[in-house]
Write a protein that binds this ligand. Structure first.
Ligand SMILES: NC(=O)c1ccc[n+]([C@@H]2O[C@H](COP(=O)([O-])OP(=O)(O)OC[C@H]3O[C@@H](n4cnc5c(N)ncnc54)[C@H](OP(=O)(O)O)[C@@H]3O)[C@@H](O)[C@H]2O)c1
Length: 236
C-alpha cells in the first residue's frame, strides 16, 4: 500500500484539473491525472513527473460506464488506496435560449451524472482513507441566489443548472456520508483563464486551482456539504 496520500483528478490533461494535480503533487501527494484521451493524460503526467511530482495517469472518459467501473481495481492494484477525488471534468456547450436538447443531455451527463457515479464507485476506497475528501468543481453560476440577483444576465441554461444540480448532489452525498470520515464539498474556482474561461477571464490558473486544493486537504474538523470560493462560503 502506498504510504503517500493518493488523489484522482478528472479532466486533468489541461486547465484547472492539470494545475490542481500539480499543486496537490507539490504537497507530496501522489496524483493520478485522468483524461479521456489516454495520450494527453500520459503527456500531462510526464510533465509533472519532470517537475519532481509523483504523477500517474489513467484513461477516464467520465461518460463511459466501463471506464468508471475500472477505477476501483486500478487504485487497488497500483496504490492500495485512494484519499482524494476531485471531480473537475466539465463542459459548457450553451448557446443561451438556443441551447439544443443534445447539448443539455451532454452537459448533464458530464457535469452532473458522471461526478455522482465516479464518487459512488470510489466510495469503498475513500471510506478506508483516514481523510477521504471529495471535491466537486462547481461554479458560482450554479448559485440560485446570485443568479437571481447580481448575475441575472448570465443565461447559460444547461451549464448553470448543471452546476446547481451538482451542488445538490454535493449536499446529498455529504449527508449520506455524515457518519464517515469523508468530507464532500463544492468549490467555485473563480473566473479563470482556461479554454473554458476564455482569455478575458481575470484570474490566472495557478490561483483558480487553490479553492479545490484547499477543499481536497481540509483538516478533520473542516466543513462538509458546503459550497466555497477562496475559503468563503457561497450562497446556494
Ligand atoms: N474556467 C473557469 O472560469 C471556470 C469557472 C467556474 C467553474 N469552472 C469549472 O472548472 C472545471 C474545469 O474547467 P476548466 O476551466 O479547466 O476547463 P477546460 O480547460 O475546458 O478543461 C476541461 C477538462 O474537462 C475534460 N473533460 C470534458 N469532458 C470530459 C469527459 N467526457 N471525460 C473526461 N474529461 C472530460 C476536458 O478534457 P478534453 O481536453 O479531452 O476536452 C478537460 O481536461 C469545470 O468543471 C468547469 O465547469 C471553470
Amino acid at each position: 500500500m502506498s504510504t503517500n496520500k493518493v488523489a484522482l483528478i478528472t479532466g486533468a490533461n489541461k486547465g484547472l484539473g492539470f494545475e490542481i494535480a500539480r499543486q496537490l503533487g507539490q504537497q507530496g501527494i501522489t496524483v493520478v491525472l485522468s483524461a479521456r484521451d489516454e495520450a494527453k493524460g500520459k503527456a500531462a503526467a510526464d510533465q509533472l513527473k519532470a517537475e519532481g511530482i509523483d504523477a500517474h495517469s489513467v484513461k477516464l472518459d467520465v461518460n463511459k460506464a466501463d471506464d468508471i467501473a475500472a477505477l476501483p481495481a486500478f487504485f487497488e492494484k497500483n496504490f492500495g488506496r485512494l484519499d482524494i477525488l476531485v471531480n473537475n471534468a466539465g463542459i459548457n456547450l450553451d448557446k443561451g435560449l438556443q441551447t439544443s436538447p443534445e447539448s443539455f443531455r451532454q452537459t448533464y451527463e458530464t457535469n452532473v451524472i458522471a461526478p455522482w457515479f465516479i464518487a459512488r464507485a470510489l466510495l469503498p476506497l475513500l471510506k478506508d482513507s483516514p481523510a477521504g475528501r471529495i471535491v466537486n468543481h462547481s461554479s458560482i453560476l450554479g448559485s440560485l441566489t446570485i443568479l437571481s440577483t447580481e448575475m441575472r444576465d448570465a443565461i447559460l441554461p444547461a451549464y448553470n443548472s448543471s452546476k446547481s444540480a451538482l451542488n445538490m448532489l454535493t449536499v446529498q452525498l455529504a449527508n449520506a456520508l455524515r457518519d464517515t470520515r469523508i468530507k464532500v464539498n463544492a468549490g467555485h474556482p473563480g473566473w479563470v483563464k482556461t479554454d473554458m474561461g476564455g482569455e478575458q477571464a481575470p484570474m490566472e490558473i495557478v490561483d483558480g486551482a487553490k479553492t479545490a486544493v484547499t477543499l481536497a486537504l481540509l483538516p478533520d474538523d473542516g466543513p462538509t456539504g458546503g459550497y466555497f470560493h477562496a475559503g468563503q462560503p457561497l450562497p446556494w
